[in-house]
Design a protein around this ligand. Structure first.
Ligand SMILES: Nc1ncnc2c1ncn2[C@@H]1O[C@H](COP(=O)(O)OP(=O)(O)OP(=O)(O)O)[C@@H](O)[C@H]1O
Ligand SMILES: [Mg+2]
Length: 276
């Protein structure tokens, strides 16, 4: 780029890819309790968006609303230019197969091999007995599953029973299974919650590098401030049903996040900012 072009350029940073996920004005009420009021945020490919907030602020509800495991009351959810709230049953099923979920609980089938568990991830995009067990799977699928296992550093465990793995290893197998879906968007709800500090950190690091290497849009919830800071690109803070914090992780620091958690609810609420 010439010096002149550089001076005229309005954006000093490289342009970011357009969002994979765009949530706008999302609202959800359970009985008399308005959990989400007006939530707007986005997630871009190759980036990790960390979603933070106190217990009960609706973070899990928000992730579940994106794939309509919870039906939102208002607002829009757009994933890769598809308006999710308008999808019929069949289209919703196809849409969900493109979204990877990682939970605190990994739900592997303990008596089956690691490789078979990973192959089960392909059931999001194909069906039939050839997806049931590693011995029945076509070579191409077995190879892909082995590549997914290699991506999480567990290729050498392929033929072991899943129930012989540690918690951290099981969680990584669950991620390999999710990669078999070939998802474009990944939603991870406290994937580090039940892991010890070292395994938890390694898992968050793995998710961060997978998002960057494979260009996945990853939204991750973690209650560990140091994980949020180290393994995200953007931080979105939820309080009182709205987004009250948006930070670039490169410039965010632990004090800011602690202050966010310590602020009383009324002060984080834009609508009550004029009291006193
Ligand atoms: N299906 C439901 N029916 C009624 N209330 C619900 C339902 N799901 C969630 N809630 C309530 O909505 C609120 C938000 O729950 P949610 O699980 O989304 O919070 P969270 O931010 O994920 O909390 P945590 O950090 O503890 O996981 C809570 O008060 C919860 O009890
Ligand atoms: Mg939750």
């Amino acid at each position: 780029m010439t010096a002149l072009a550089h001076r005229l350029s309005p954006e000093p940073e490289a342009p970011r890819a357009p969002p994979v996920l765009f949530v706008s004005g999302l609202a959800k009420r359970f009985g008399a309790r308005q959990i989400l009021r007006d939530v707007t945020f986005e997630a871009r490919p190759g980036e990790v968006t960390a979603l933070i907030g106190a217990n009960g602020t609706g973070k899990s509800t928000l992730l579940r609303s994106i794939v309509r495991l919870v039906e939102p009351d208002a607002g829009t959810v757009t994933v890769l230019d598809q308006e999710v709230r308008g999808l019929d049953r069949k289209a919703l099923k196809a849409f969900r197969s493109r979204v990877g979920f990682v939970f605190q609980k990994h739900n592997l089938v303990g008596r089956l091999s690691v490789l078979t568990n990973v192959i089960h991830g392909v059931q999001a995009r194909m069906s039939g007995p050839r997806t049931w067990h590693h011995a029945l799977a076509p070579a191409a699928i077995r190879d892909e599953a082995m590549a997914c296992l290699a991506a999480v550093g567990l290729a050498d465990r392929a033929l072991q029973r899943a129930d012989s793995l540690s918690g951290g290893q099981s969680q990584r197998v669950a991620i390999a299974r999710m990669l078999m879906q070939r998802p474009e968007l990944v939603l991870a709800d406290e994937p580090d919650a039940s892991l010890d500090p070292r395994a938890g950190r390694a898992l968050m690091e793995l998710l961060y590098s997978l998002a960057h290497d494979k260009g996945l849009a990853l939204v991750v919830i973690s209650h560990r401030i140091e994980h949020t800071l180290a393994f995200s690109d953007r931080i979105v803070g939820l309080a009182d049903g709205i987004v009250t914090l948006e930070l670039d992780s490169r410039v965010a620091h632990a004090e800011q996040l602690r202050a966010f958690f310590e602020r009383p609810p009324a002060e984080t609420d834009r609508d009550t900012a004029n009291h006193g």
